[in-house]
Design a protein around this ligand. Structure first.
Ligand code: SF4
Length: 449
């Protein structure tokens, strides 16, 4: 893509990990409504469970996650006690002991947990939910805090996938983002994972970081590929210091401009593809034999709060501070502050503070946006047929794609859209024409590129 186009479409648009997106959640959905949604779930509904471990040992200055720094273990143990209580409280409101097909530990740093507390958390889930025999259990793993005992405990619990945070192997970049993680530390943890049988390994890389160049990123990509991970994600750093105050510690003049961000994205993408990885949607890459690449080919890919996923469970339940859930009736979000979260749970109440119920129009627009984000193509008529809806209602929205089409970023034939290779990084801008809520708010989102 020409740098001028990258700059022209320097839009602030949602990442569309949900629709309606999180800025449109409101306090109208609280604990009572969440409880009623849980109790109304058909008992056979497959579930996906997410446990948010909201602590880290040290702050990485680029971080955009909900986390709190602690040097002591007592606050972590106290927090996990509340997560265990929350697991019980949610399970008590479900119609039966329901089946979970996915269990995902994210954060924060799940590896800040003691091995015993990690095992106890999985056990708590197993006590209250039927964990399917082929369930995927995935853990986000910080190599700086994961020791061999932890990896052994994970493997003993049946963990099937580990997502390893790397970001960039370059020491100057690592120093500027306050995340010193020598190559050998990453190599050591991957060795343990493979030795104990956790065979599915994902690796997370980031572009747009301070002092990064396309050339330094290529070195990082080559080192990552050397570990033969099944999946690699390549996220753009979102510099939002008005929301994440620690990002002010990153000197703004060390950040690449929009044109350079694009060059990094394009160069790293080409390199990953040349190594045999299949590009999935916007920011994921998978080996051709990985389930994600297969789901892409078969148009079965989905999108949830973790990004692109093969998870098809219609109900996602989030535990922990800032945990987000997605139920057939709508979205719910927990209290984000750790102390209020703990207090609410200790008082015996669900910690839901925001959410939004979804109506038929939301579900239809969500399907349109999801197909476009996942397949990079969209047949509006086909999606509308699934919902028994009139596709002509979207003709005014489709007309808004004219600018993107004129710039060669997509092709349109009536109500069929195909995003071009050049337009792939800007697919979110195309999705935005179907977003009825975007016009209603002034929420600030991350850059499209
Ligand atoms: S380890 Fe991850 S969650 Fe924790 S501060 Fe660093 S980037 Fe953020």
């Amino acid at each position: 893509m020409h740098p001028e186009l990258a700059a022209k479409y320097d839009l602030r648009v949602p990442r569309y990990t949900s629709y309606p997106t999180a800025p449109h959640f409101s306090p109208a959905v609280g604990p009572d409504r969440y409880a009623s949604w849980l109790s109304a779930l058909p008992p056979e509904t497959p579930l996906s469970l997410y446990v948010h471990v909201a602590y880290c040992a040290e702050m990485c200055w680029f971080c955009g996650c909900h986390t709190k720094i602690t040097r002591q273990y007592a606050p972590v143990a106290d927090y996990m006690d509340c997560v265990w209580r929350e697991i019980d409280m949610v399970a008590d409101r479900l119609p039966t002991r329901m089946t979970a097909r996915h269990l995902h530990f994210g954060g924060g740093s799940p590896t800040i947990l003691s091995p015993a507390d990690f095992v106890a958390t999985v056990q708590r889930v197993k006590n209250r939910f039927q964990l399917a025999a082929d369930a995927e259990i995935a853990v986000e793993l910080d190599p700086r805090t994961a020791d061999e005992d932890y990896v052994k405990a994970m493997a003993g619990c049946g963990v099937t996938r580990a997502s390893i945070g790397v970001q960039d192997f370059n020491p100057v970049v690592q120093e500027t983002i306050n995340r010193i993680q020598p190559y050998d530390v990453t190599a050591r943890v991957i060795g343990w994972l493979r030795a104990y049988g956790v065979s599915h390994i994902n690796m997370d890389l980031v572009y747009g970081l301070p002092h990064q160049t396309a050339e330094s990123l290529i070195e990082t990509v080559d080192k990552a590929v050397g570990f033969t991970p099944a999946r690699i994600s390549l996220f753009g750093y979102a510099h939002v210091p008005w929301m994440k105050k620690h990002q002010r510690l990153i000197p703004e003049d060390s950040l690449p401009d929009t044109a350079e961000r694009w060059r990094q994205y394009e160069t790293a993408t080409q390199r990953l593809v040349s190594h045999g990885y299949v590009q999935v949607g916007l920011d994921h890459f998978a080996r051709a034999d990985d389930e994600m690449a297969i789901a892409l080919k078969e148009k079965r890919l989905h999108r949830n709060f973790q990004g692109y996923t093969t998870d098809v469970a219609p109900a996602l339940i989030g535990f922990g501070a800032s945990g987000i859930g997605s139920l057939p009736q709508g979205y719910v979000a927990n209290e984000g502050g750790i102390h209020p979260y703990k207090q609410t749970i200790r008082d015996g109440r669900l910690a839901t503070v925001r959410g939004i119920g979804v109506n038929a129009d939301d579900l239809l627009r969500r399907a349109l946006i999801e197909r476009l984000m996942c397949d990079l193509s969209l047949d509006v008529d086909a999606v509308c047929a699934r919902f028994n809806a009139d596709p002509a209602q979207f003709d005014p929205d489709l007309e808004k794609l004219h600018g993107l089409e004129a710039d060669g970023l997509l092709h349109r034939n009536g109500r069929r859209i195909v995003i071009t290779d050049e337009g792939r990084p800007l697919v979110r801008a195309a999705c935005a024409v179907f977003d009825r809520y975007l016009k209603m708010g002034e929420a600030r989102h991350s850059k499209a590129v």
